[in-house]
Design a protein around this ligand. Structure first.
Ligand code: SF4
Ligand code: FE
Length: 483
């Protein structure tokens, strides 16, 4: 396993092309850019905790393929205990970073691809599963960070991939060679991509027979020839070029450091191709990945909300409102909502079961309810945090004002709360509240792991409406309902 320092050092060895605000970064110094540094620190936590005695059981496990001790983020779940440990692990890391540490996307992509390649081979006689196992062993033994790459730009949403005016709106195979394939397109909102080693490409939706060129899954180094990453803007990101206080969470940033990854005729050798035209399994791969990732959000946002609650409670302490009954009530409400988020992640894990490959999969209905709760309850948690915070969390002067020799004394004087608490501490916690409950973080809670409509579509499939009608019809003593 890599240490956090070895992880960072290994990122400098890449020959990666990353653009930020129109400028190409020096590949060895990508991880030092102020927009990116925090996200790297956050991902490093997945390495750092794995190397501690205290978190060894949660963060590491034994590879079912090699028997080697591995970081849990490279593991294929072998039991419901593994699924549960993952939920606990995510909550624990979120409590320490207060933000996304990105590595779960590739973790879920690997688990989904492992299970689906097995089923595809059984049905169609392909040999993707053995190839994938070799790739997985390499990831495990090198403790690589893999970015999961699913979402395509999608162009005109009313049109299927093959109907788009520009066929590159969905990643597709443009050339088949004896030794591999060439792919073209782009992947959007790529969490953690610029600080990963590999990306695992998956289709963005279920494909039909005439869309076989879009049914493609493969692994590519993030610095492969033809790959360019364009880093996304975040709310207030220019503050990252200034002092630490105004950033709120200067060490770890906010959400995952997303980028647009362009694949301009990228060659992929056969050994890293895990789906190439088997459109029948594209929808299953999407669903497996989505359910794994949706179940994460109860652990991940549970831990993030623990930090928001802590910040709101500290803030109340600092300004002398913590004894007010309405503040206590709001904090209790936030705790209830947070545990509700976590409860679904636990349920999805405990109600999970084996797939044909032997790898374990979460309960699909609970996984979708879990993520759907996040699209609502985080807004309530953050609303209550802002209620406790008051207007000052949005109108506070800057760190530069605090440090200014002329006016610093006034900021110090007029932003003080209860005596004995430094004004700077109060500003730091206020900015953390602003940062964690604002623009980019809320949009991520809404759309990360799939927009709410994607979860609602699953209820129709999974929750058995006709069966519910039968329950009611039986109890009401009315005739048979229509099937
Ligand atoms: Fe993991 Fe996704 Fe949460 Fe980031 S947002 S920590 S990738 S579950
Ligand atoms: Fe996410």
């Amino acid at each position: 396993m890599k240490t956090a320092q070895e992880y960072k050092d290994s990122l400098r060895e890449r020959n990666i092309r990353v653009y930020v605000k129109g400028e190409l970064l020096d590949s060895r110094a990508v991880i030092d850019h102020p927009f990116i540094r925090g996200h790297v620190n956050s991902a490093s936590m997945t390495y750092a905790l794995a190397n501690t005695k205290e978190y060894e059981d949660l963060m590491t496990t034994t590879s079912h393929l090699t028997g080697h001790k591995i970081n849990r983020f490279t593991h294929v779940h072998q039991s419901t205990d593994d699924l549960l440990k993952k939920a606990k692990m995510l909550r624990t890391i979120s409590q320490k970073t207060g933000t996304c540490y990105q590595r779960c996307v590739g973790f879920d992509a690997m688990n989904a691809t492992y299970t689906v390649t097995y089923e595809c081979d059984k049905a169609l006689g392909t040999d993707y599963h053995e190839r994938f196992k070799k790739f997985l062993i390499m990831v495990q033994d090198n403790d690589y960070m893999v970015a999961g790459a699913m979402t395509d730009p999608k162009g005109d949403r009313s049109l299927r991939p093959g109907q788009q005016k520009d066929p590159d709106m969905f990643v597709h195979v443009v050339e088949k060679r004896p030794d591999g394939i060439v792919i073209r397109g782009a992947k959007a909102h790529m969490t953690g991509m610029v600080n990963s080693h590999w990306m695992l490409i998956m289709p963005t939706m279920g494909m039909q027979e005439d869309e076989a060129q879009y049914a493609v899954s493969c692994a590519i180094p993030v610095d492969a020839p033809g790959v360019t990453h364009i880093f996304g803007r975040q709310t207030n990101d220019d503050r990252k070029c200034e002092g630490a206080i105004d950033q709120g969470n200067a060490n770890y940033g906010i959400v995952g450091g997303e980028c647009l990854t362009v694949l301009d005729d990228v060659f992929v050798p056969n050994e890293y191709v895990f789906m190439n035209g088997e459109y029948q399994f594209s929808g299953l791969l999407v669903e497996r990945f989505a359910c794994y990732h949706r179940s994460n959000y109860g652990g991940c946002k549970g831990g993030v909300s623990d930090v928001v609650i802590g910040a709101a409670a500290l803030w109340a302490d600092y300004q002398g409102t913590s004894k007010a009954s309405h503040i206590k009530d709001k904090l209790n409400e936030m705790m209830h909502l947070t545990e509700t988020l976590y409860a679904c992640a636990v349920a999805a894990a405990c109600m999970g079961g084996p797939t044909p490959s032997g790898a374990y999969f979460v309960d699909r209905l609970m996984a979708n309810v879990c993520k759907h709760n996040v699209t609502k309850l985080i807004y309530d948690i953050d609303r209550l945090a802002q209620d406790i915070g008051g207007g000052i969390i949005a109108t506070m002067p800057s760190e530069s004002d605090l440090r200014n020799p002329e006016i610093g004394k006034w900021v110090e004087k007029y932003l003080q709360g209860v005596s004995g608490i430094p004004t700077e501490d109060r500003m730091r916690v206020g900015r953390l509240l602003e940062n964690m409950t604002g623009g980019t973080a809320l949009v991520e809670s809404m759309h990360g792991a799939g927009s709410p409509q994607a979860q609602k579509v699953m209820y129709g499939k999974l929750s058995g409406l006709e069966q519910k009608k039968k329950f009611a019809a039986n109890i009401a003593g009315v005739g048979r309902t229509k099937e």
